[in-house]
Design a binder for this molecule. Structure first.
Ligand code: ATP
Ligand code: MG
Length: 488
């Protein structure tokens, strides 16, 4: 009989436990209540996985067709498979990471006051004709004709469609400002798709769009996104440097690219050495509802020199002297103010405070969600494989049995797995009947933050080995201490 596992919540610790187990914290079955009625049930498989039942195809050999380290590791560790040039299937491991990244992006967009929605991937060409972009966009746009001879495009971005949608419902100054976003697949027929998901043709993007009554308002919307971006990347363990970027014909200073330093990056970047320190999301705490404080914060974050190749300032570089650093960088986000570029051609106006028509102005704000998976690996790996920062790790803990034929150590590992599961710790249990050494290499390759290695010798003396992937530190601990370490 297949067992269905349900979560129960403990009334004492408020922790969750699978229904057939004792509460991990207090050990008392009577304090566990069925949570079915309150809708708190969730399948256990969400948090944990046995390798023997998973789909985790890791490769021993480095694939010959991959040039950069993240692409190699994503193929070897079984995160993605290419299905056509620049188009990828996300295998379970990669998909879990993609989801984690997406969730951090979503939380910070929500925190910044942006409102989530979802627009389709296919767009009527008419949206693009209305803004004059259909012909201007060029061969990067994939154009499709349906059986009725209607022209569609696979959306490379959404300014045109969303401006039309907002125009349909926003009539008064009272309805603004608004910032809307979605996380949706885009298609750009890149001339040279390469480096795996870093420059794909189909890729997942978070794109947000702000609508304001005037430029002063738009600047506030822009600044809120600026802070959200710093927080988003910091939460993923990344150091993303905001760099002044081209604004095109609009001019002004409201365009920044967020760049991760990595030797494989496509941009050449120069920056003040102050950006070498990694900052935490808490360092980016500012009251986003106070426009003056917000502006002061953004000014402080852009005071130190940071520029991509196209925006270099030789005079400032000379001033910096020995404090100037140079590197390659990956663009993970881009924020941009474009004024009435889309509202004006659509004749989108709202009635202003005195009843007069006002043309809203806006900006757009992109994050390369799927590119980030590669960028994080570029920033965090070693010879043995990926080193996931905890917040985006596919699972937090990996358990490895060294000898699948040794009953006591397998029983101990089973028990540990059940107890981690009941404590809600995301755990992958490598219970396969394979050589211990090969399993350890695979575990290093897929890069979970913590490993618990369970072998016959340790179990005979009551210990397991706890290994921290990022530092390689190993410690022999009793099962109870290891459990305590991983559940607190
Ligand atoms: P790039 O200069 O790298 O082509 P872009 O300026 O065309 O980027 P935007 O239109 O600003 O990119 O898109 C927002 C974000 O989407 C980028 O900052 C990047 O992280 C991501 N992105 C853009 N193109 C791709 C792609 N082909 N594959 C993966 N991610 C991409
Ligand atoms: Mg591009």
């Amino acid at each position: 009989m297949p067992r269905t596992l349900f979560w129960r919540s403990c009334t004492v610790t408020r922790g969750f436990a699978p229904a057939q187990l004792l509460c991990v914290a207090c050990g008392d079955p009577d304090t566990i209540l069925r949570a079915v009625a309150s809708g708190e049930d969730a399948p256990l498989q969400r948090a944990t996985m046995r390798w023997s039942r998973a789909f985790l195809p890791v490769l021993k050999e480095s694939p010959a067709d991959a040039q950069i380290i993240s692409h190699k590791l994503m193929l070897r560790a079984g995160l993605v498979r290419q299905t056509a040039a620049g188009i990828y299937a996300w295998l379970p491991l990669g998909f879990r990471v993609l989801r984690k990244i997406e969730e951090i992006v979503r939380e910070e967009q929500d925190r910044a006051g942006a409102i989530e929605m979802l627009m389709p991937t296919l767009q009527a060409a008419d949206y693009w004709r209305a803004t004059g972009r259909y012909d201007a966009y060029g061969p990067e746009m994939l154009r499709i004709t349906d059986r009725q001879e209607r022209e569609l495009v696979y959306g490379p971005t959404n300014e045109d469609m969303l401006t039309a949608i907002v125009q349909g419902s926003v009539k008064s100054y009272r309805d603004l400002p608004r910032t809307l976003y979605h996380i949706q697949w885009k298609f750009r027929d890149e001339i040279r798709p390469r480096f795996g998901v870093m420059r794909g043709r189909e890729f997942l993007m978070k794109d947000a769009y702000s609508f304001d009554l005037d430029e002063a308002g738009a600047r506030i919307s822009y600044n809120r996104m600026f802070v959200a971006y710093l927080r988003t990347f910091a939460r993923m363990g990344l150091r993303a440097i905001p760099m002044q970027a081209d604004t095109g014909p609009i001019g002004g200073d409201l365009s920044h690219e967020f760049i991760i330093l990595a030797p494989s990056g496509e941009s050449e970047v120069l920056f003040h050495k102050s950006w070498e320190t990694l900052r935490a999301a808490e360092d980016y705490a500012v009251d986003a509802d106070d426009p003056v404080a917000l502006q002061a914060f953004v000014d402080s974050m852009t005071a130190d020199y940071a520029a991509t190749d196209e925006k270099r300032d030789e005079a400032r570089e000379a001033e910096l002297g020995g404090d100037l650093r140079q590197s390659r960088g990956i663009e993970v986000g881009h924020i941009f103010y474009f004024g009435d570029k889309y509202t004006k051609p659509l004749g989108f106006t709202v009635s202003g405070q005195g009843g007069q028509p006002v043309t809203p102005v806006g900006g757009s704000y992109g994050i390369g969600v799927s590119r980030l998976v590669g960028a994080i690996i570029e920033a965090s790996h070693d010879e043995a494989g990926i080193i996931w920062p905890e917040p985006v790790a596919p699972w937090r803990v990996g358990i490895v049995t060294m000898r699948a034929d040794d009953q006591p150590s397998v029983a101990a590992a089973d028990d540990l797995f059940a107890r981690l599961a009941s404590a809600g710790v995301e755990t992958l249990y490598d219970d396969r009947d394979e050589r211990g050494g090969a399993k350890l290499a695979s575990m290093d390759l897929i890069g979970l933050p913590w490993q618990v290695i369970v072998g016959p010798r340790g179990i005979a003396s009551g210990t397991v080995e706890l290994k921290r992937r990022s530092t390689g530190e190993r410690e022999e601990l009793s099962m109870e201490s290891a459990l305590a370490r991983l559940t607190t």
